[in-house]
Each structure stands twice: as C-alpha cells, then as structure tokens.
Design a protein around this ligand. Structure first.
Ligand code: M6R
Length: 610
C-alpha cells in the first residue's frame, strides 16, 4: 500500500528519499514520485513515474541537483488508475504546494465540486489532490496554518507531508488513522509512514498520533494538535532492524497479516455502508447497477482460497438477494461447456488478479458476451482491467503465500455485495440496517479473537504431532472447514481434510480414531444441533475434537477435548470470525514443526500458469 518518505537536513535529500522508498517497496505499489526543493534554483521540482522506484531513480541518474528537503511517495491506487497523473506528489493550481498522502479522503467529491466552483483546476482523478487545493485556498504565508485549516474540512484518513515554495525550509506533516513518524538525526529528520524507511538512518523516532500536525525544519521539529495546542512527546528507540521492521516486529508476514485483519475489514468497508438506509455502495459497480438489477443468475469462478470465499459468498447472495448463484473452480469452468445466457453475470474472484485459470475463465465468459465482474485485491491487475466492473478488496499487499487477510476481505466484500444485490431485490431496509451494523462491529470482534493467540499456540503445542486432521463445518462454515484444512496443509504440511459435517457419515468417519483429531466449527447458529450430533458421533469413536464455539456455550466444554470461543455475530458473517482462529492454529503448528511459514514449499503467491 502507499508509502511516505520525506527528508530535511544537510545531506542531499534525493538519494535518502529514494532509499526510503525502496525500503517501502515490500508493501506493494504501482507508481512513485518525489517533490524536492532545488536549493540552487530555489524552486520545487516534481518527478513522477508509473512504475517502480528504480525508474524514479533512473530519472535522477545523471542530474546534479542538490536538495536539502524532499517528500516522496509510493502509491497503491485506490481512486484513479495507476498512472503518472495520479501518482503523488500532488500540487495546487499554481504549483506552489506539493503533498504526499496515505489514506482516503471520504468527502473528496463534495470538496472537489466546491473547489471547482471557486475556480480550482484539477489535474488527477485522486481524492488526494483536493488537499493541495484546500491548502492553497487557505495559504497566506504560513504553511502549517493553511494545513490545519484545510484538515478541519476533511473527513477520512490521512498520513500527510506537505511543502510549499512560498514557505520554504520546512515539511508539514499530519496524521489521522494512517501512521506517520519522524526519525531524529543530528540536524536532519526523516519522516516516514513505516519504520522500515528510517531504521538504517536512525533508531530514534517520534510517532505522530491522530489529529496531530508536525512542523519539521533542519534544526528542529514541533508537534501541535488541530486546536494548535503544543504537544511534547519523547522519542522511542526502535529495536528492529530492517527485516524486522517490514514485519512490524512480527516473526512472520503471515502472523502480521492475521493481526491486520481488523484494519483490513475497515479498509474493505470504508465509505461503502450507508447505515441509515441499510445499503451498500460499491463505487466500482455504479455503472452496472441497472444490469445487476436485471440478472437472474450469477456464476462465480476462482481458485484456492478465493474459491472457498466464493462458496461462502454464494450462500450470502442466495439467502439475502434470492439470486441463484453457482461457484465453480476456474480450472473446470474453462474446459467444460458452461451454460450462460444474457441474464447471467460472471464474477471472477482473485487476490492477485493474475491467476491463470481465473483469467482464462473470465476471458471465456467475456467471449460469450455476458456481464463480467471482478472482486480483486491487486489494483490494475489483469482481472481488474479485463472485467466490465468490479470491487477492490483494499486488503493491501499480502506477502505471506498463504492467504489470510485477503480471504477475510473477500468474505467482507461478498457481504457488501449480498447487501447491495439484496436491497435491489427483496431485502428489507431493516434487515439491511442490521447487516450494515453487524459488519461495522466485526473489526472489534476480530480483535477479541486475536487476544486468544497464546491459547491457540498452546493448543497447537498439544496437537503438533498428529499427522492427519479432519475439519468439519456446516452451511456458512462449511467453506471455513475447507479453508481451515487448506491452511493447515499449506503451512504445516499436515494431511488435512475439510468436509461438510453432513458428509462425514458417508465416508470420512471410517478414518476416525484417537490418532485422527477433528476441528469442528459448531457456532450457536441454525445448524448447531446438527453439528453437535456429528461431534458426538466422533467422540463415540474415540476421536479427539477441538470445537470452535460461540461465547456463552458452556454445554460443549464438557463434551469435547478443547474449545475456542468466538463472539456472536449474524450467521452470514460468522465465517469472517470463524476463520481467524483456524488461521492462527495452522500458523502455530507450522512454526512448531519448523516449516517455512511465509514461503511454503512448492507454492507460489500468484499461480500464473495452469
Ligand atoms: O490470487 P488468487 O486469489 O487468484 O489466488 C488463488 C489461489 O492460488 C490462492 O488463494 C491459494 O490457494 C493460496 N495459497 C491460499 O492460501
């Protein structure tokens, strides 16, 4: 996702900023840029590229520009395609003010219209650019005062760094829900959105907090809040080296990404729920809303974990929108004869947007001339480009090969999609409001589950030496049983089978004995009684059972070997909570068995061959 670096001090800011950007590359991005004071010519130069930091570096290769102040950025597209014009830094009308921004300005459309009426001219499609124009509007010689005035009108999230030709020798930085820190050197400062960009220069940092504005000069820095009260904050010492910093102190990306799930759900839903009306608003589908109202069937194609998220999505869409939906492996769809008519919509689901089979299935559907949609995490990827319309997950880059936060974001987007399709059809506004409210409560509930990390690690110690596992679930949590088994296979190389619990008696029960434990998802929902009976059948055959149960279910504790409790939510949303302990369990077993967690053997993050 987006990254910010800025430098002010005695050294040349250009190589330092480029180095900082390179250290943020692991976060994923699609374009890069830098605005700098040319100390000799006393002007601001801005250079942007649609591509890698290497290309930006190339643009400075033979230049002899010296700058003691620069702001730089790697952009991960949200509003507007990856391109030079949408890359940061963005500027005002007169090219006096330049800024870089992480986050999303939610009321940018409204502000943009007003600013246009006042005569401001816009160059990009981004939400960010309105900030430069707002600051221009309020600027009367003092940059920080203009920034404070501008931010008072803004709704949304930001980590921000701004420079102005007419108030030189300073960087103004601000933060609201998007991290920003100041690295302290001797007569020099580096600001960054992530400690990994500064650790090789300094380990002394001051973190900005929400609602704070910092003014950084080569000699000093000061922090105030939006009410312009001075804040004194001592620095902290970073204990990480670069490798650790990119993992934010977590031992593996997989664990870091599981712990990012609350934020991921917020990012996937930000600005997309209209609570009063019980509606979901998905910008990428706005142009096809009428077509969506007219479809009578949906066919979803995906692979691996994305396929399993789609199975849960099928249940959501059928239950709440009443729209017949089928999910199929992309690798099957592309070779058989699918029956598609003009009232069918095709939906490709893919984290990378580059999976060969999913892409081929999409192209096959397009050949048939039907509406093609995508649920994709990677902005500008092939699936995103080739579909007629779609929804981005906004999960940020996922580095661990095993999909964790991306899976949750897929489930979250499916919940939004079911709400949108449902409200176009028979779903009442009251039920829509309830779903919207429950979706917004999920991040806090996931945080509760993450507190169980050490309990789950202890469970992993207990079960680490089993060589086989059965995962069982029903209805919405049948796909989660499949996903739990897939995670355990991928990460720990343990043989694991996922089954719909009703199928157990039709075969897998033959495997059950004391050496073949079962992980059963038995939440207090419409299929709890059935799950309970299946669990008893396993216990009767000496099988060990771990149960995932809903808080307050004391009955189950007495009947099984181990229980993990999760908070209650709507049944349709329960997969979003249920999968988190299963991911943690697979992670800890993998660690205990000495496996290569982030790069499991034989697997690739993006499967671009059949
Ligand atoms: O990028 P995609 O979502 O299209 O990838 C699909 C699968 O390759 C992927 O989900 C795979 O199953 C993961 N390794 C699961 O953790």
């Amino acid at each position: 996702m987006c990254g910010i670096v800025g430098y002010i001090g005695k050294q040349n800011a250009i190589p330092i900023s480029l180095d900082g950007l390179k250290r943020l590359e692991y976060r994923g991005y699609d374009s890069a840029g830098m605005a700098l004071f040319d100390s000799q010519k006393n002007k601001i130069i801005c250079v942007k590229v649609a591509g890698k930091v290497d290309s930006l570096e190339e643009r400075f290769r033979n230049s002899n520009i010296f700058s003691n102040c620069a702001i730089a950025h790697t952009r991960w597209a949200t509003h507007g395609i990856p391109s030079i014009k949408n890359a940061h830094p963005h500027n005002d009308c007169k090219k006096n003010i330049y800024l870089v921004h992480n986050g999303i300005i939610e009321n940018y459309k409204f502000l943009k219209e007003k600013l246009k009426e006042e005569g401001h001219k816009f160059y990009s499609d981004t939400d960010t650019e309105i900030l430069a124009h707002l600051i221009e509007k309020f600027f009367s010689g003092n940059l920080e005062e203009a920034v404070v005035q501008a931010l008072k009108l803004v709704k949304g999230t930001y980590g921000l760094a701004v420079i102005s030709k007419n108030d030189p020798g300073k960087i103004v930085a601000a933060r609201n829900s998007s991290p920003l820190l100041i690295g302290l050197g001797r007569d020099e400062f580096i600001i960054a959105s992530d400690p990994s960009a500064v650790v090789s220069y300094t380990k002394k940092v001051v973190y900005l907090e929400d609602g704070e504005v910092a003014v950084i000069t080569p000699e000093d820095f000061s922090i105030t809040n939006l009410r312009q009260r001075k804040i004194i904050r001592p620095h902290v010492n970073l204990k990480w080296d670069f490798e650790e910093a990119t993992k934010a102190g977590f031992p593996h990306f997989m664990l870091k990404e599981i712990f990012e799930i609350p934020e991921t759900i917020q990012n996937s839903t930000r600005g997309r729920l209209i609570f009063d009306e019980g509606l979901a608003k998905l910008g990428g589908l706005e142009l096809v809303l009428d077509e969506l109202r007219g479809i009578s069937r949906m066919v979803i194609c995906a692979c691996g974990t994305a396929y399993l998220a789609s199975l849960a999505g099928e249940y959501m869409i059928e239950e709440y929108a009443g729209l017949p939906t089928e999910v199929e492996y992309a690798s099957e769809f592309r070779y058989r004869k699918p029956i598609l008519n003009q009232n069918t919509a095709f939906l490709a689901v893919s984290q990378s947007g580059e999976t060969a089979d999913t892409l081929a299935a999409l192209r096959e559907a397009k050949r048939k001339g039907i509406l093609s949609l995508g649920v994709v995490n990677t902005v500008g990827s092939s699936v995103a480009r080739e579909t007629d319309a779609g929804v981005y997950n906004h999960a940020g880059p996922e580095i661990g090969v095993a999909s964790t936060k991306a899976f949750v974001s897929q489930l979250t987007v499916f919940a939004l999609f079911a709400l949108l399709l449902g409200r176009q059809r028979q779903l009442s506004s009251v039920m829509g409001q309830r779903i919207a409210k429950e979706i917004s409560a999920l991040p806090e509930k996931v945080k509760e589950i993450l507190k169980l990390n050490s309990q789950i690690r202890n469970l992993a110690k207990k079960y680490r030496d089993y060589n086989h596992f059965l995962y069982l679930g029903r209805k919405y949590n049948y796909p989660i049983a499949l996903e739990g088994a897939l995670k355990l296979k991928e990460i720990s190389y343990i043989h694991a089978e996922g089954y719909g619990a009703g199928e157990m008696k039709h075969g897998p029960i033959a495997l059950i004995d004391k050496n073949f434990p079962t992980f059963a998802i038995a939440l207090s929902d419409s299929v709890y009684e059935k799950m309970f009976s299946n669990i008893m059948e396993i216990k009767a055959r000496e099988g060990r059972v771990i149960v995932l149960a809903t808080n307050g279910n004391n009955e189950i504790k007495k009947m099984v070997d181990d229980v993990i409790y999760v908070p209650k939510t709507l049944e349709m949303l329960s997969p979003i909570l249920a999968v988190v302990p299963l991911q943690l369990f697979a992670y800890h077993i993998g660690v205990l068995r000495g496996c290569d967690i982030d790069k499991p053997r034989n697997l690739a993050k993006s499967v671009t061959v059949e």
